[in-house]
Design a protein around this ligand. Sequence first.
Ligand code: AMP
Length: 309
Amino acid sequence: MSLLVAGTLAYDTIETPFGSVKDVLGGSAVFISIAASYFTTPVSLVGVVGSDFPKGEIDYLESRGVDMEGLQVMEHEKTFRWGARYHFDLNVRDTLFTELNVLEKFDPVIPPSYRKSSYVVLGNIEPSLQRKVVEQLAVKPKLVVGDTMNFWIHGYRSELEKTMKLLDVIIINDSEARELADTPNLIKAAKAIMKLGPRVVIIKKGEHGALMITKDTIFSAPAYPLENIYDPTGAGDSFAGGLIGWLAKTDDLSEENFKRAMIYGSTLASFCVERFSTERLKELTYLEIHDRFRAFKDLSKFDEAVALT
Ligand code: AMP
């Protein structure tokens, strides 16, 4: 089914305990689109870059089946830039800088060919822009998934709450969920977030996996235990891409299929962190995805307990 992805395309500068990279490919829409493209194409991308953005990366995304008609290129302007440093505990990162650049003038225009998309992901971007994307659609999508992060929770709270009313699913990390709901308990936080709009709340917990919480159920997906993690950047977006890619491919919104989608999301995230930037995501094979999905199943499979007495 048709999939629309809106978000950022970025130059990232990243420091982790294992190395550093400057001005590498990043951005929410980039990670989401690449991850989703392993399940469904075309992926209709909406975003903005400056004239400094490499043509080679646009060509690469197109080669993966990402439709770039919705990409605006602003002449004489700079692409969005973001810098972060990860601690020894890779679950903790400090944002070093966020240079909005082209995002300050961005006014998303959805091409007519995208307007009937059935599945929509609103990647991290200013919440009022996320809303503008949905408002231009000609038909109500089957599923709208939204992501957000601390930067937008702090500075754009009321805009974010308006956007949340349009979401079926929100994907958010644990510290952001606590902050948004103003409670330390994640289940209580999820219930409070549901009152703001989304009926499914997915809370990412870094190397501790992800929780999916609905009115009636809780599902826990582990993170794949890896010995070598180089760069967690984009893990959350790759998770979102794997999740929506699977849902759009199968066009099945049952609870069981959502659980599978959680594992495909976790699968793509686990590959993303194995190298810097999009390096690992770009070179995946279907066999690797398939094998890791199965490995997830073995990871938490156990027999039913026998009676204790
Ligand atoms: P994640 O690690 O999944 O949270 O995603 C990190 C990616 O999001 C990086 O590639 C950044 O370029 C991008 N990013 C960082 N800050 C923002 C922001 N405020 N809005 C949109 N995208 C952002």
